[in-house]
Write a protein that binds this ligand. Structure first.
Ligand code: CA
Ligand code: CA
Length: 207
């Protein structure tokens, strides 16, 4: 009987300790690791099939927008916009892909270029990143006949999954939810093609 009582007491003390740890960690553990998929503080989602951010048939439609709701609250958090010159145009070509944070959400940018940054796997994503609320460039291609083509954007050479990530922050009720989005460039097709592969975001503040 004594042993049983002691056992119950140990369970209760353990429960109290774990509750205290959770409340303590509410603000001190305010980060996510780029590429992490299994953590009880986070929600991971793998798109299958991956989402193509660009145009499947530019002859029909030269603009596209992907709405991303990463915390499943019915409110779009980020828009990815793609547009290109109609393929029938002669003498030049342009294509562009951007990401736009909505509401008070933010994305991590490269300070030198102002473009969307490529955050390596295992980097820590927290308040110390370079955050921006502006629409920024993922990739662009410009070509005019007689001139060399010009490409811009840090994602042009990211062709492998789960090596680099888009870092995001969703602000809800003034509390930041840090997360990452996986993206890669599919170079198997004739055109540029950026694929959203998966994402992960903190869930402990979900209301
Ligand atoms: Ca949302
Ligand atoms: Ca996927």
């Amino acid at each position: 009987m004594k042993v049983k009582t002691l056992f119950i007491a140990v369970i209760i003390i353990s429960a109290i300790c774990s509750c205290k740890k959770d409340s303590d960690s509410l603000y001190t553990d305010d980060f996510i690791i780029a590429g992490q998929t299994n953590d009880n503080r986070t929600t991971y989602y793998d798109f299958n099939p991956d989402i193509n951010c660009t145009l499947s048939d530019p002859w029909e439609n030269t603009d596209t927008v992907i709405h991303l709701d990463l915390n499943f609250d019915g409110i779009t958090d980020f828009d990815i916009n793609g547009s290109m010159l109609h393929p029938s145009a002669l003498g030049g070509d342009w294509e562009t892909v951007t990401i736009k944070p909505l509401n008070d959400n933010e994305i991590c940018i490269d300070l030198n270029s102002g473009w969307l940054d490529t955050i390596p796997q295992h980097d820590t994503i927290n308040q110390n990143c370079t955050w921006s609320n502006s629409e920024v460039l993922i990739y662009s291609y410009d070509w005019v006949m007689g001139e060399p083509a010009v490409t811009s954007g840090l994602w042009a050479n990211v062709t492998t999954e789960n090596k680099y990530f888009i870092c995001v922050m969703i602000l809800k009720n003034d509390i930041p939810f840090y997360g990452w989005i996986g993206m890669k460039r599919d170079v198997s097709s004739w055109s540029f093609s950026f694929m959203i592969t998966n994402f992960c975001i903190l869930k402990r503040y979900t209301l």
